[in-house]
Design a binder for this molecule. Sequence first.
Ligand SMILES: N[C@@H](CCC(=O)N[C@@H](CS)C(=O)NCC(=O)O)C(=O)O
Length: 235
Amino acid sequence: MAIPTPHFTLHTHRTCPAAFKVAHVLSLLHLTYNPIYFDSENISRETKLIWFAKLNPNGRSPVLIDHSQNDHVVWESNAILLYLVQMYDTKNTLWPGSIFEQSQVNQWLMLQASGQGPTIGQAFWFGYWHQEILPSAYKRYVNETKRILTVLEKWLEDKKWLVAEKMSIADVSFLSWYEEAYLVDVDLTAEFPVVDRWLEAMKTIPEIVKGSEGRDMIKPKKLWAREESQGGKFS
Ligand SMILES: N[C@@H](CCC(=O)N[C@@H](CS)C(=O)NCC(=O)O)C(=O)O
């Protein structure tokens, strides 16, 4: 069957780490895609959410549409990574052939989706967006972020990659969120040098660099810094 070009549509935000891991894997597998960025659209958040829920009942970015498979829609970034490797990674470049190694990739994907992403996401929320200033909640999620980083730091001490001495979607799934670690006061180079080395090895791969195109890295002011500049009144 002829493969349409671009092969996929990726619905995303320019600031969404969960979507850039999908872009990384598409790029690593040399699959073509058209990114559609919400933040360039001139519509309200409410309108956007209603429209987006038609694609993803959970209303979140990213969503991938496979035009060669009757516009098959997949959401949840790690489910998208699994779809891509199971469907298109026929040479097992990012997905091992052994079911035992696949189970190891899956366990890291689950830790990423249930631990790493949500924890950094919550730290970010309590640092930048919550309606009250709650430093204890911020600290709780920063500490949990560091706990998971400590797990990875130990695991990778004598290994280059998470599973079977080869880069897989498990490794790639952690990269884009850790590229934002600076937002939650984690200095990877100083505090987690092993993790830092692992991430740097991925960041220099040309396909990863290409997959990061279009990304906006933001650095807003923390809630408490904004309060200070408003003379102590944060609303
Ligand atoms: N577990 C989800 C997380 C998705 C998620 O939280 N996406 C964020 C952006 S990275 C989002 O869409 N937030 C809602 C919004 O910005 O409207 C995944 O990995 O796909």
